[in-house]
Design a protein. Structure first.
Length: 266
């Protein structure tokens, strides 16, 4: 890597970039929701570092980019904020500033030198928006040095009438989850091309070789989707793992409230 360049590269980058500081704007395309579902716009935040790196013909810089839904109802925004602001910041713009400032401080402490630039991309989407509940899927990828970056997807669900977070226990009662796990393991083994008796110790990180469900789940029209992020049950090279359990196999295990949520999905 070649040394950092300063003002001259900053000017060049600013000419070709939509912004060189935080830029928060509302998308022109408003999501049109029907019935009693919630209305929202997609917003974006961009923030770039003041330090730039030239590597051959390329000019690069550290950046934070985010896209997320902002609802008309401010109470809903407050309810969903922890699903979008994953580091607990009050605003995405605050998270953006903190991330870029951390890189700038790192460069300054190293006499204006850095072996690589950083980035963070955050994409939050409305996964389900029904008269009964709302789901947010948040995908974040980032690189802050090292052999490779990190990436993950999180699902969060909220009852829009009680303002409460929906957990798996709300969908399948705890006393029924043992049977749910057994059924889910069958689908997991099938998707991973494992026999019914093959050990889970060799290829996976299940504690004691015992299959467990991911805490990260979603509801769709066909079934319960469980999402294992990288490193959760496989090494980095194994990537993420999705497991879907059809409702047809577990309908007898689902609570009345769970059925209300599922039946509200268009």
């Amino acid at each position: 890597m070649k040394p950092k360049y300063y003002l001259n590269l900053y000017v060049i980058f600013a000419l070709f970039s939509s912004t060189s500081c935080t830029n928060e704007h509302t998308s022109k395309i408003q999501e049109a929701m029907s019935g009693d579902t919630l209305h929202y716009d997609m917003k974006e935040v961009h923030r770039y570092s003041k330090f730039f790196m030239k590597d051959g013909e390329k000019i690069d810089t550290t950046y934070f980019k985010a896209q997320y839904p902002q609802f008309k109802d401010t109470l809903i925004n407050t309810l969903l904020s922890t699903s979008i602001n994953l580091d607990g910041d009050s605003l995405i713009s605050v998270a953006a500033k903190r991330f870029v400032d951390a890189y700038d401080e790192y460069v300054e402490e190293n006499n204006g030198q850095s072996s690589s630039t950083w980035f963070r991309n955050l994409q939050a989407n409305v996964y389900q928006n029904t008269p009964k509940f709302i789901s947010i899927s948040t995908n974040q990828s980032e690189y802050t040095g090292g052999a490779h970056g990190d990436h993950f997807t999180l699902f969060n669900h909220f009852d829009i009438h009680t303002d409460q977070k929906i957990t798996l226990a709300d969908i399948v009662a705890p006393q029924n989850q043992k049977e749910l796990i057994k059924i889910a393991e069958g689908y997991f083994r099938k998707s991973e091309k494992l026999s019914e008796t093959e050990s889970l110790n060799d290829k996976f990180f299940f504690e004691g070789g015992k299959f467990t469900l991911a805490n990260n789940f979603a509801l769709n029209k066909e079934g319960l989707l469980f999402y294992y992020n990288v490193y959760e049950i496989k090494p980095y090279s194994g990537g993420n793992t999705t497991l879907q359990v059809p409702y047809t196999d577990i309908k007898h295990l689902i609570s009345n409230k769970g059925l209300e949520y599922i039946n509200s999905i268009n």
